[in-house]
Ligand binder design. Structure first.
Ligand SMILES: [Zn+2]
Length: 208
C-alpha cells in the first residue's frame, strides 16, 4: 500500500478575526475590528509597534501591542512591512491568538472536486495560518459530524495520531491517513446536496 494518494486541501479564512474587549467609551464589552493598519512610534532609538482595531460601537481606536521599545535593527524586514501595512504582516498579527480572545472565523476549503474513495493521505495547508482546531477542520473537509469523526479515529479509519491530536491546531497536523471506509460514517444520505463551501465529495455516492 505504498502508492496511496496524497490529497492537499487548502483552508483560507474569509476575513480577519474580530475580538471582544471592553471599550472605555462604550463602557461595555464590544466587538473590535482590525483596521488593517499598524502604528509605528519612535521613542529615541526604540520603536513601539501596534496593530490598530476599531470599536464597532463608537469607532474608538484600540492599539494591540506588537513590539515595545524594540531596536529598529531587531525588527529587520518586518519594520518595512509594518510601515507599509503589508497585508501578510497584518494577517500574521491579527490571527495570532496570543493574549487576545479571537472570535472564530469562517473559512473556505479548496481541494479537488471529489474526495477520493480509496484510502488517501490528507494534508491541510492554512493560507494564511490561522487558529483552527484539527477536529473542526476535519469535520468540514470530510463532511463528518464530530461524533462520527471521533468514532472513525477510534476505529483507526482516520488516523491523525490519536484522538488527542484532534484538539491540536490544524496547522500543526502532518499527513492524515483516511481509509475509504470513513465515507460510510458520513452523516448525510448518499447523494444529498453538499454545502456551498464544501469543495469535495459532491458526487460521492457512498463507501468504496
Ligand atoms: Zn466603543
Amino acid at each position: 500500500m505504498s502508492d496511496i494518494l496524497d490529497l492537499l486541501v487548502i483552508l483560507t479564512p474569509e476575513h480577519l478575526p474580530t475580538l471582544r474587549r471592553r471599550c472605555p467609551r462604550c463602557d461595555t464589552e464590544t466587538v473590535h475590528r482590525c483596521a488593517e493598519r499598524f502604528r509605528v512610534n519612535g521613542n529615541g532609538r526604540r520603536l513601539d509597534v501596534w496593530l490598530l482595531y476599531l470599536c464597532d460601537g463608537c469607532g474608538r481606536t484600540w492599539k494591540r501591542t506588537v513590539h515595545t521599545r524594540a531596536r529598529p535593527e531587531a525588527l529587520g524586514a518586518d519594520l518595512v512591512a509594518f510601515e507599509r501595512n503589508d497585508p501578510a504582516a497584518v494577517a500574521r498579527v491579527a490571527f495570532d491568538p496570543a493574549g487576545v480572545p479571537l472570535d472564530p472565523v469562517p473559512f473556505q476549503v479548496r481541494g479537488p472536486e471529489d474526495l477520493p474513495v480509496a484510502p488517501f493521505r490528507l494534508r491541510l495547508r492554512m493560507d494564511p495560518p490561522f487558529p483552527l482546531r484539527l477536529d473542526q477542520a476535519l469535520c468540514r473537509v470530510l463532511d463528518l459530524s464530530r461524533s462520527a469523526l471521533v468514532k472513525a479515529v477510534d476505529r483507526g479509519i482516520i488516523d491523525p495520531g490519536g484522538r488527542r491530536a484532534l484538539r491540536r491546531p490544524a496547522a500543526e497536523a502532518g499527513a492524515i491517513r483516511v481509509d475509504g471506509a470513513a465515507l460510510s460514517a458520513r452523516p448525510c444520505a448518499p447523494g444529498s446536496a453538499p454545502e456551498a463551501a464544501r469543495p469535495a465529495g459532491s458526487s460521492r455516492s457512498g463507501p468504496a
